[in-house]
Design a binder for this molecule. Structure first.
Ligand code: HEM
Length: 425
């Protein structure tokens, strides 16, 4: 590379935190891939970004060189003071081994009937209107309801009513902080309080989590509950092979993390798949005639519209990324959404095509890769299956109404705030 080329490339940095990026992300990634330099550096916020599939996968797979101990967000958290995504082995290994007992695919599948009932009850409340903002009315709350059900919060409160709304609002408020640079992070409580409804939801959700941990501890002490009663009871009693037990604060951290992880990105996926199917009616017809293609549609939506644009790693030693020399402990944004559109890995990456080979589509990085690979991927897919089947089974002449509104509140998320659909009653 000549010096001039190097200089040009060094000056090309889209602002991945801006509204304009969220409105035009596909064009930005195409420009990065076409330039032959799918890397970027932000002078303003002092972080690097990787949008190519091979390099992103290599970095995600090498947790010794590219660490998580400073957190998955743009600002630096205290090393290894976090849970899961904010930790490296051996602490991370211990935590995930314990977590695997409390949350697993069997437990996710057990709550599917409750999710179907919830979807039907929501649907009944607006079906006769012939149209609904489905993003706000259903997709915002369904993943939060799924989390309430999974945790067993119904034992201490009515999870059908206000809680999904509070959980969803709290989750997006937490997601807003992911791409906040260092100097504003100190004001995070103020940020959450910037919207009174968010502040109230964060406080209520956090208080409910604390109350639930207390309820589980008391119940275990009195013998009313045991480790199989719910995932929190399981976490309170499960040791790893060295006898390590999660502290109450760790469990609280896990619950807060799940609020963010389980809520926001599944909401985004549900809107994205609905949009893709209704904008590609011929492919929607194929699925109606062969439900095996639902799986293809879910994976292809995850590929083309990664619900999370990207998360950060930090490098243990000095590294080279394309034209950049990256000093030790720099923040590097792993752009899952950019890697999934890399033409070297996916043919015609900007085309939504459910007829691609399933094994090819599933190479997408939307759930990450390596030791931090998403632990709730199957739960989000269960919800996506329920939603696609609901769209097929309940509506005649389903279509999009007006233009959907892209969410810009949390730049880490890639999807809609509002999506209105209509049907014949
Ligand atoms: C469409 C929905 C979802 C998407 C796109 C998604 C995506 C991700 C991504 C990108 C990561 C980080 C991977 C990395 O940095 O290498 C992650 C981690 C995680 N996710 Fe999800 N997620 C979704 C839903 C869920 C749900 C429903 C749950 C919980 C029930 C969940 C639980 C987790 C956990 C516990 C981790 C941390 C894993 C670790 O550090 O070992 N996620 N997810």
């Amino acid at each position: 590379m000549t010096n001039k080329e190097k200089q040009t490339k060094e000056h090309f940095c889209p602002d991945f935190r801006s509204d304009s990026f969220l409105q035009n992300s596909k064009k930005v990634f195409k420009a990065m891939h076409d330039s032959g330099c799918p890397f970027a550096f932000s002078e303003k916020d002092q972080y690097y970004a990787v949008a190519s599939y091979d390099e992103a996968r290599e970095i995600l797979g090498d947790h010794d060189r590219w660490e998580n101990k400073y957190g998955a967000g743009l600002s630096y958290s205290h090393p290894n003071c976090d849970v899961l995504l904010g930790t490296d082995p051996p602490l991370h290994t211990t935590q995930v081994n314990i977590l695997a007992k409390a949350f697993n695919q069997k437990k996710y599948h057990e709550i599917q009937p409750a999710l179907e009932t919830y979807i039907q009850s929501q649907l009944q409340s607006w079906y006769s209107d012939g149209q609904v903002d489905i993003q706000r009315q259903l997709f915002k709350v369904l993943p939060a309801y799924a989390l309430c059900t999974l945790l067993g919060l119904g034992a201490i409160t009515n999870i059908e009513k206000e809680w999904p709304e509070h959980f969803a609002e709290a989750a997006i408020a937490i997601a807003e902080e992911l791409y906040q640079p260092q100097d504003t992070k100190a004001e995070k409580i103020t940020t959450r309080a910037a919207r009174p409804e968010s502040a109230e939801s964060v406080m209520k959700s956090v208080a409910l989590m604390r109350e639930f941990i207390g309820y589980c501890k008391d119940g275990m002490r009195s013998g009313a509950l045991d480790e199989s009663s719910n995932p929190v009871c399981c976490l309170l009693t499960t040791c790893d092979s060295d006898g390590f037990l999660l502290s109450e604060e760790d469990i609280f951290g896990v619950l807060n993390f799940l609020l963010l992880a389980a809520g926001t990105s599944t909401t985004i996926l549900l809107g994205n798949i609905t949009y893709r199917l209704l904008s590609n009616p011929e492919q929607f017809e194929l699925i109606k005639n062969d439900r095996r293609l639902v799986e293809h549609a879910i994976e292809e939506t995850l590929r083309i519209d990664s619900p999370i644009n990207g998360l950060f790693r930090t490098n243990r030693e000095e590294e080279t990324l394309g034209p950049y020399t990256v000093k030790k402990d720099s923040k590097i944004l792993m752009l899952f959404s950019g890697a999934n559109l890399d033409p070297k890995t996916f043919d015609a990456p900007d085309t939504f095509n459910i007829l691609r080979e399933l094994s090819d589509i599933k190479k997408h990085l939307s759930f990450g890769y390596g030791i931090h690979y998403c632990r709730g991927a199957e739960l989000s897919k269960i919800q996506a299956r329920c939603v696609v089947n609901m769209l097929i089974d309940n509506f005649i002449d389903l279509k999009l109404i007006g233009e959907p509104i892209i969410q810009t509140r949390a730049p880490a998320l890639n999807g809609f705030e509002s999506l209105t659909i209509g049907w014949v009653v």
